[in-house]
Design a protein around this ligand. Structure first.
Ligand code: NAP
Length: 326
């Protein structure tokens, strides 16, 4: 496992990390979480991602209980959480990054995680109605109070990120240091095009999500939706169209000869492809069972095998012309 600087910060994150969206509480209880986090940690993972909204707060509770059982030294790992959607249908508590919500939000997350601080606190989405300056000040204060160490953004536009950085610089506040964007073989354009200047000019980090497009890139959906997959879970019907899209499935099938040549699985190939991008600080993997963690962690060994020639063949399958991705 390699450790990459989170943008231009001094902190280094494992190139593969582990997140709990969908899985913790819905598919994995505390015991399963302990098994999976332990498998990831033993493989070298030092960063575990979560969010207040995952399973309505239960995902943080499961991770907190798992961390307690695991008893790792606090300095040996990083935990993140994210705030935006909120847990209560109430004015000022839904879809917002206002100061009150952020402060109450971090307090609730720390309680559920049974931690004194998180290492990374993300604004889970941009809030078009709260001034960015208010959000920046609140995040700065949360860091000053020792409740978070760094802060970042998730799915903010490049303009919003730069605005937050500039406000922080103007007032000598803690700046956001990393974005958490989607990035996988199917969804690469925003990462490559919109964010490139933010990575280059501001040394912004990136911890990328859904590297397997929710499992589509594992090849498991080639014969329909397996009963034990994310696609079959109640409440995730909105994923059906993308998981059964014929064109997408054909592209996944076309990757098979490459994975066979490299002696790896499709999941490892898709994760390794994400690792090849130098602007990726960490690829946040997800898993519903420990075998998947063991399989996915080996992607780190596959990445060096992706030569420029192999990457070009992959681009052809996904109909990417060189200049499109530059
Ligand atoms: N910031 C954001 O807005 C945002 C959004 C989404 C996610 N995230 C973060 O990113 C993390 C990863 O996202 P993701 O869970 O969508 O990642 P993903 O890698 O695209 O999908 C993970 C899912 O694919 C299946 N899978 C994984 N490895 C497999 C393997 N080797 N063989 C077969 N199936 C496999 C599992 O689902 P099944 O076994 O159930 O099929 C697993 O839960 C999340 O946990 C979260 O921390 C952040």
């Amino acid at each position: 496992m390699e450790y990459r600087h989170l943008g231009k910060t001094g902190i280094r994150v494992s190139e593969l990390s582990f997140g709990s969206w969908v899985t913790f509480h819905n598919q994995a209880d505390v015991k399963a979480a302990v098994d999976m986090m332990s498998a990831a940690y033993e493989a070298g993972v030092n960063f575990f991602d979560n969010a207040e909204v995952y399973a309505g707060g239960k995902s943080e509770e499961v991770m907190g209980a798992a961390l307690k059982q695991l008893g790792w030294r606090r300095g040996s790992y990083l935990v993140s959480t994210k705030i935006y959607w909120g847990l209560h249908d109430n004015v000022n508590e839904r879809n917002t990054l206002n100061r009150k919500r952020l402060i109450e939000g971090i307090n609730g997350s720390l309680e559920r995680l049974q931690l004194d601080y998180v290492d990374l606190l993300y604004c889970h989405r941009p809030d078009k109605t709260t001034p960015i300056e208010e959000t920046v000040w609140a995040m700065h204060n949360i860091i000053e109070w020792g409740k978070a160490i760094y802060w970042g953004t998730s799915e903010w536009s490049a303009a919003e990120i730069v605005s937050a950085i500039e406000i922080a610089e103007r007032h000598h506040l803690h700046k956001p240091v990393t974005e958490q964007p989607v990035y996988n073989l199917f969804e690469r354009h925003r990462f490559s095009r919109e964010y490139e200047r933010v990575y280059k000019d501001h040394g912004y980090g990136s911890t990328i999500w859904s590297p397997l497009a929710s499992g589509l890139l594992t090849g498991k959906y080639s014969q329909g939706i397996p009963a034990d997959s994310r696609g079959a879970l109640e409440g995730y019907d909105w994923l059906h169209d993308q998981l059964t899209d014929k064109e997408k499935l054909a592209k996944v099938r076309a990757l098979e000869p490459i994975s066979e040549e490299l002696g790896c699985t499709l999941s490892q190939l898709a994760l390794a492809w994400c690792l090849k991008n130098p602007y990726v600080s960490s690829v946040i993997t997800g898993a519903s069972r420990v075998e998947q963690v063991h399989e996915n962690m080996k992607a780190a060994e596959v990445a060096p095998k992706l030569t420029p020639e192999i990457l070009e063949r992959i681009d052809k399958i996904f109909e990417i012309k060189k200049e499109e991705d530059d």
